[in-house]
Design a protein around this ligand. Structure first.
Ligand code: PA5
Length: 445
């Protein structure tokens, strides 16, 4: 079976191979904790076997709803935040044509409710005026403020445009089976719903309807995506040495213990920008607790070599990089020859752009390791549904192993509540009056 490749050669100038492999016992032990459900947060391990657990009929049901919305809509607005948004966004951006919005492809997928930005949502409502559109609203808890506010606005807009009965046929809700305001609303209004399983946390939910429905609506093959994840799941029980997820978890924890506290995810294709955003949430929310955790950051090269490249090369030496390498592009484009050669680039004539990009990648690795930045490389043959599904499960698995190595619960996010409590207090939510008074005084308002 195919596997992604991990190359740790460019960290071995900083750590010894033996030091990385010294973690094999701990990581293997963590594998058993996952499989026997005996580690921290073990009631949130639904994602672990999700690829193999997904049934054909579940995928067909999702596809049927996707087809229905596709036939009814020029635009589908997907409302959600955090784990209820980033997985779908990452997959769709990776697979879409770079200029999809300008190519007239229908339906276009637009995301909303991932901020509380008045301008964004006003402009969205203006855009939707007179358009044929549908809504997919996603919230596991069913109580998150950002998507709830956006849904309130969009639901009202849709009902005013097509009437309440027709609007209800164009709204799909993805939420908890029984709890939360969204479930209540969906039941009352008679929306089609999908369930987010209790034992799958938001950031691990891309292979539930949370990710699969928007991806199918965008016209991508969810069967292939799940197949990739399934093969990844299959390979994730391999022995330590043949197991990229184990090696990745061991390598990053070894680097962390030596003071490399920031991991920068690097891509050389802008289509992977949101895969990095998804990865940042997965690792940041899973590991950043109890005053521990590698800080996950991201760059898009080569563009960011002309901005962040300076810091990475010569700034504080607390960084390591993880490079996602894509071996083959979808297209072929060679650099033309120019008889004038005024730009003196004829030495590149006839070469594929991907070859130039590859040399930029290797040149960057050499420069950064020379500058004190260890580089882990992870490569996939190409960007397809299969390989994105494969990669996402790989990162989920490695994240859980890594979190256990740090001795934290990789499946909770207690810190996310702090800002919400203050925001509610400042906005005068009933029950928060006293906190509100204190906070307003403290913030000088
Ligand atoms: O990973 C997580 O659990 C979070 O990022 C949530 O997905 C995010 O806060 C949105 O929550 P909900 O789906 O309950 O609206």
């Amino acid at each position: 079976m195919d596997n992604l490749k991990i190359n740790l050669n460019n960290i071995y100038g900083f750590v010894k191979k033996d030091e990385v492999y010294a973690l094999s016992k701990t990581i293997t032990n963590n594998q058993s904790k996952l499989e026997t459900k005996s580690g921290k947060g073990n009631d949130f391990l639904g994602w672990l076997t999700l690829p193999k657990d997904i049934t054909e009929s579940h995928l067909k049901d999702i596809q049927a709803v996707a087809n229905d919305l596709r036939s009814k809509s020029d635009i589908v607005v997907v409302i959600g935040i955090g784990g209820s948004y980033l997985g779908a966004k990452a997959v769709i951006e990776a697979l879409n044509n770079s200029f999809s919005p300008l190519l007239g492809k229908k339906p276009q997928i637009i995301f909303a409710g991932n901020s509380i930005c008045e301008d964004y949502h006003s402009e969205l409502l203006e855009l939707l005026e007179g358009k044929k559109y549908s809504l997919v609203v996603i919230s596991k808890s069913g109580t998150t403020t950002e998507p709830a506010v956006a849904f309130r606005l969009l639901k009202q807009h849709l009902e005013q445009s097509v009437g309440k009965t027709e609007a209800a046929k164009r709204i799909v809700a993805i939420t908890d089976e029984s709890k939360g305001a969204l479930r209540k609303l969906a039941n009352t209004e008679g929306y089609k719903t999908f369930i987010i399983p209790d034992n799958v946390g938001g950031r691990y939910s891309v292979l539930t309807p949370v990710g699969l429905l928007p991806i199918a609506i965008a016209g991508f093959n969810i069967v292939e995506l799940v197949k990739g994840a399934k093969d990844s799941q299959e390979n994730s029980s391999n022995q330590f040495e043949q197991n990229p997820a184990c090696l990745y978890a061991a390598a990053r924890n070894t680097l962390y213990s030596l003071g490399k506290k920031v991991e920068i995810m690097v891509n050389f294709t802008p289509k992977l920008h949101f895969l990095t955003e998804w990865w940042k949430q997965l690792y940041g929310e899973s590991e950043g607790k109890e005053n521990k955790g590698i800080f996950p950051a991201g760059v898009d090269f080569t563009t960011d070599l002309h901005s962040m490249g300076q810091y990475i090369q010569q700034g504080e030496r607390m960084i390591f990089e993880t490079i996602i390498s894509v071996e083959n592009p979808q297209h072929k484009l060679s650099i033309p020859t120019d008889p004038e050669n005024l730009d003196q680039l004829n030495f590149l004539a006839g070469k594929r752009m991907s070859e130039v990009n590859r040399m930029a990648e290797l040149g960057t690795i050499a420069a950064h390791t020379d500058g004190g930045v260890p580089c882990i490389s992870i490569s996939i043959p190409k960007i397809t549904e299969y390989w994105i599904g494969y990669l996402m499960y790989f990162f989920e698995r490695a994240c859980a192993l890594s979190g256990y190595t740090l001795d934290v619960n990789p499946f909770d996010q207690p810190g996310v509540e702090a800002y919400k409590k203050n925001m509610f207090a400042l906005l005068g939510k009933p029950g928060y009056e006293e906190d509100g008074k204190k906070l307003r005084k403290r913030m000088g308002i």
